[in-house]
Design a protein around this ligand. Structure first.
Ligand code: PLP
Length: 428
């Protein structure tokens, strides 16, 4: 797919005017048009639909109906919302459930997958994986007496990992491959289907973390023969801070796997209060305990917006917008000490674009805290020099992308960042 872009600001406006998804921005709470939010890959924006649902959940479901709301609505939501996530990830009903956080879900699935492949002793991942994924694996390894060895694929260029590199690590002693679909720093995106095929040839299961790709890239869990997956709902799915995560288990694997966190919500009938655990049918046995209901209830209306916009359209717009951003980067920023930190090929990228600068931290500070009136731009910073620009096609406009690049150019040219401290905050 070849795009042809122009550098003028009028061109950005024309792209917004012809954008088939333009009406969706109005569904989000945007109180100040001078704030350009490029961090939807860390925390998606609040929508009016979610606000309305939360008000209803608090005022009516909790406030008036009290405990009756478990039966009327809350109890079934973990499955119902899972089935809605299935619609945008190419899974079947009953293959996804919403619960816990991504870390806990990864623990449950990795643990049971290793048990299922008993006798094999190696776990394969990569140096780009999100730290929590590696910490969870390291924890399982130490808690099971060091029986397993973790092998990490490296990257020659710091941006991509070669499929052959992963392939060469998958051997007859490999029990499990655990990878993030889109790398949180560089935005590198794996070919899930190809890696899964390579692993299956050696009888190995693959567990994918979809946190940085769900809701914004094409995912076909069934068509790609994916075994296991986890992901969070507060990034591109816009479910709100701390909204519970999801887990996916392919139908035919569900009977073979069991949860290492046998809580009462995963019992066949929690309200019989049996003294002995009997796993629920299907994926429900992977629930642990009571979900955070306010957060849980916020997810569904956010997903309905994605459903209405159409995941295909969102994916197309994401590709167009990241290509446009990279086009402007090449025109305006490349000679100012910035380097590209993301793959050049659109099919190898997720929906954020990372640019690198040795003063990246202070440049981010200058974007967030402008010295004079103008745009306040919110990217995020990832050590040591990565400025991440997250594109959320439901609400990010082409004009915002244009203004962000021009502002970065201004900050670099004037040295405005020099007046900021290099001291990092608690959350970057
Ligand atoms: C954001 C993210 C997580 C978050 O994990 P939580 O346990 O939900 O905090 C995990 N993995 C990846 C790849 C992520 O991008």
């Amino acid at each position: 797919m070849a795009y042809s872009f122009k550098t003028e600001s009028g061109f950005a406006r024309s792209l917004d005017i012809s954008d088939p998804l333009k009406k969706f921005r109005k569904k989000f709470v945007i109180t100040n048009e001078d704030i350009i939010y490029l961090d939807g890959n860390s925390l998606g924006r609040l929508s009016f639909a979610v606000k309305k649902q939360l008000k209803k959940t608090i005022d009516i479901e909790w406030g008036e109906n009290l405990i009756g709301s478990w039966n009327n609505s809350w109890y079934a939501k973990s499955m119902e919302i899972g089935n809605k996530i299935a619609l945008i990830t190419g899974a079947s009903p009953g293959e996804i459930i919403v619960c816990d956080n991504t870390s806990a879900n990864l623990y449950k699935l990795a643990y049971t997958a290793l048990k299922y492949k008993a006798g094999r002793t190696e776990i394969v991942s990569d140096c780009f994986n999100f730290p929590t994924d590696l910490y969870i694996l390291q924890g399982i390894i130490s808690e099971t007496g060091g029986r397993y060895q973790l092998k990490l694929a490296g990257s020659g260029n710091g941006i991509t990992v070669k499929t052959a590199e992963i392939g060469s690590l998958i051997e007859k002693m490999t029990a499990l491959v655990v990878l993030s679909h889109v790398a949180f720093k560089s935005s590198f995106k794996y070919d899930i289907q190809e890696i899964t095929r390579l692993a299956h040839k050696k009888g190995v299961l693959v567990l994918w973390d979809l946190s940085h790709s769900v809701g914004v890239t094409e995912i076909q869990l069934n068509e790609w023969d994916v075994d296991l997956a986890v992901g969070c709902t507060y990034k591109y799915l816009n479910g709100g801070p701390g909204s519970p995560a999801f887990l996916y288990i392919r139908k035919d694997l569900q009977e073979k796997l069991s949860s290492p966190l046998q809580g009462w919500f995963g019992d066949r009938n929690p309200f019989l209060f049996n003294l002995d655990y009997r796993p629920a049918e299907g994926i429900r046995k992977f629930l642990s305990g009571t979900p955070p209901v306010l957060n849980l209830m916020a997810i569904e209306p956010a997903l309905d917006i994605i459903q209405e916009a159409g995941i295909k359209n969102i994916v197309e717009k994401s590709k167009l917008q990241t290509e446009y951003l990279i086009f402007l980067f090449k025109k305006h920023l490349r000679n100012l000490g910035f380097k590209s930190g993301s793959p050049v090929k659109v099919e190898q990228r997720g929906s954020h674009v990372t640019i690198q600068h040795k003063e990246g931290y202070r440049i981010c500070q200058a974007m967030i805290n402008p010295k004079k009136p103008g745009f306040k731009i919110i990217p995020d910073f990832r050590e040591p020099d990565n400025i991440r620009l997250g594109i959320a096609p439901l609400y990010t406009t082409f004009e915002e992308i244009y203004h962000s690049v021009i502002r970065l150019k201004e900050i670099a040219e004037t040295g405005e960042y020099l007046s900021f401290s290099e001291k990092r905050g608690d959350v970057t």
